[in-house]
Design a binder for this molecule. Structure first.
Ligand SMILES: [Zn+2]
Length: 80
């Protein structure tokens, strides 16, 4: 089961359970999704997961070489 946060065109928010994402499409196409406050059928999924779609952070750069002999002997040889 999936709980979707839904929102009507009058900005009423409500939650509705679906067995899968296809059931949402089916019920919306059939006009069965209505706002419990105003009966509006113009219902859409509200944005509820702010982290989705966020790009991964760039990999950390190799740390500066701390060995006195230079990069040849350190664990990051060849990377800096
Ligand atoms: Zn409404």
């Amino acid at each position: 089961m999936i709980l979707y946060s839904l929102r009507c065109s009058h900005d009423h928010h409500f939650d509705e359970w679906f067995s899968n994402s296809a059931e949402y499409d089916t019920r919306k196409a059939a006009g069965e999704l209505t706002c419990p406050e105003c009966g509006d059928k113009d219902v859409a999924k509200a944005i509820m997961a702010p982290n989705v779609g966020k790009s991964r952070p760039a990999p950390a750069p190799a740390p500066a070489c701390g060995t006195p002999m230079g990069c040849g002997g350190c664990a990051f040889a060849g990377q800096h």
